[in-house]
Design a protein around this ligand. Structure first.
Ligand SMILES: CC(C)(COP(=O)(O)OP(=O)(O)OC[C@H]1O[C@@H](n2cnc3c(N)ncnc32)[C@H](O)[C@@H]1OP(=O)(O)O)[C@@H](O)C(=O)NCCC(=O)NCCS
Length: 187
């Protein structure tokens, strides 16, 4: 796929989006906890919304990266996704999705699942589109940027676009330096 002539890439804050639903019986397994496939579909949708709000470009899901199902969400519980773009390549975005389970009567919440998705901006005529860069605003977003960078590099290695021995952050220079918020941008 050809990359379009790239305009200036803006550097933007990546907002965290939230998406809530309730776990219905048809979404559960024999333990009456949420079926993993339904949870992944929910996460993919949240990742798409986070990516769209960040880049405002047409996107497709290119890959689901690692997903850790730490603890189940039960039937009748509220499920909430918190999704944010953590890293931008040239035409791809790494999106982190946390899933919380919430007891609807008591309001107790717990982190159940964390997963990462790679979304690619593609035009209707299948041209890659350049995505904005992620503005790093604090230490937490810097940490997540580094996680996203590792995922991006692993994808390139997997696809044969980069050697497995290529140095990775944080011990080595970054292929793309994270952009930190400046005083003027903070106003
Ligand atoms: C994703 C897709 C557009 C990539 O096309 P391609 O010609 O192989 O893309 P390129 O090699 O030019 O790479 C483009 C970007 O996609 C990323 N990418 C491509 N294939 C990928 C894969 N399998 N996994 C993760 N990322 C991938 C590359 O890392 C690259 O990122 P960068 O520009 O930030 O460096 C194409 O494979 C596709 O359309 N897949 C189907 C998507 C789909 O139907 N999704 C489900 C429904 S939304």
């Amino acid at each position: 796929m050809k990359m379009n002539d790239l305009p200036e890439r803006p550097t933007l804050v990546a907002p965290e989006i939230t998406m809530a639903d309730i776990v219905l019986p048809h979404q559960t397994n024999s333990y009456r906890t949420m079926f993993g496939g339904d949870a992944m579909a929910f996460m993919d949708k949240a990742a798409a919304i986070a990516a769209l709000r960040f880049c405002r470009l047409p996107i497709v899901t290119a890959s689901s990266e690692h997903i850790d199902f730490r603890t189940p969400v039960h039937e009748g519980e509220i499920i909430e996704a918190l999704a944010r773009v953590i890293y931008a390549g040239h035409s791809s975005l790494v999106v982190r999705v946390h899933i919380y389970g919430e007891n609807p009567l008591e309001g107790r919440r717990r982190l159940c699942t964390t997963g990462y998705f790679n979304m690619v901006a593609v035009s209707a005529d299948r041209q890659r589109l350049a995505v904005p860069q992620v503005l790093i605003t604090d230490e937490a977003s810097r940490e997540e940027w580094l996680t996203g960078e590792r995922i991006h590099i692993a994808i390139q290695v997997r696809r044969g676009r980069r050697g497995a021995a290529t140095p990775m952050s944080p011990a080595h220079p970054h292929p793309i330096e994270p952009i930190l918020e400046t005083e003027s941008q903070r106003d």
